[in-house]
Design a protein around this ligand. Sequence first.
Ligand SMILES: N[C@@H](CCC(=O)N[C@@H](CS)C(=O)NCC(=O)O)C(=O)O
Length: 210
Amino acid sequence: MKLYYFPIAPNPTKVALYLAEKNEGGENIEVEEVRVSLGAQEQKSTEHVARNPFAKLPVLELDDGTHLIESLAIIEYLEECHPDPPMIGREPLERARVRELERIAELGVLYPVAYIIHATNSPLGLPPVPEIAACFRDVLPMALRVLDQRMADGRPFVAGERPSIADCTLQAAMQFARFGKVEIEASYEHLARWDRAYRERAPAKSVLVA
Ligand SMILES: N[C@@H](CCC(=O)N[C@@H](CS)C(=O)NCC(=O)O)C(=O)O
């Protein structure tokens, strides 16, 4: 399998963190990483659009040459093929909680952070749109507050005692916020504690560049 990837970009980073976490847990999923430079707009090349008509990353190329083009679908596919160590939990309620937190991290943090960055100082060169940035600055605190409250019980990871896909998505968002200088206030103390500790772990160190 091949993973078409670019560092910092949050959706590819989620998948890279997931693979690094599996590796840390003893499951080495063989995936060749292929860089597609977003800076050089390589995602818009004919070659890449043939892989993903949306001209985006990540893309997972399977051994039969077919492609998966949505980050969460890629992660869920890999998780079904490699269920241990579990990154979405084992029991139905535990799996629902992990997915709930992952969705909050993506829709409530990753999306707003990405919209704020692309509407102010887009690394893809998109034009500034101050109203969009203002709108997403307004909604961002809600999910940060909810995540902070969930972690107030001192849990080491977003969904509890073990790393899960919620950590991968949230850290991908936090890295993009650091890169794009979107301030996540230190007053979210439990979130800040998790962020510091998570970034010290080997999987994070092997993937994160900001
Ligand atoms: N829903 C998609 C979103 C993919 C996406 O937006 N990828 C960004 C990088 S994080 C991208 O490739 N952007 C390039 C562009 O818009 O030109 C997923 O989860 O994989």
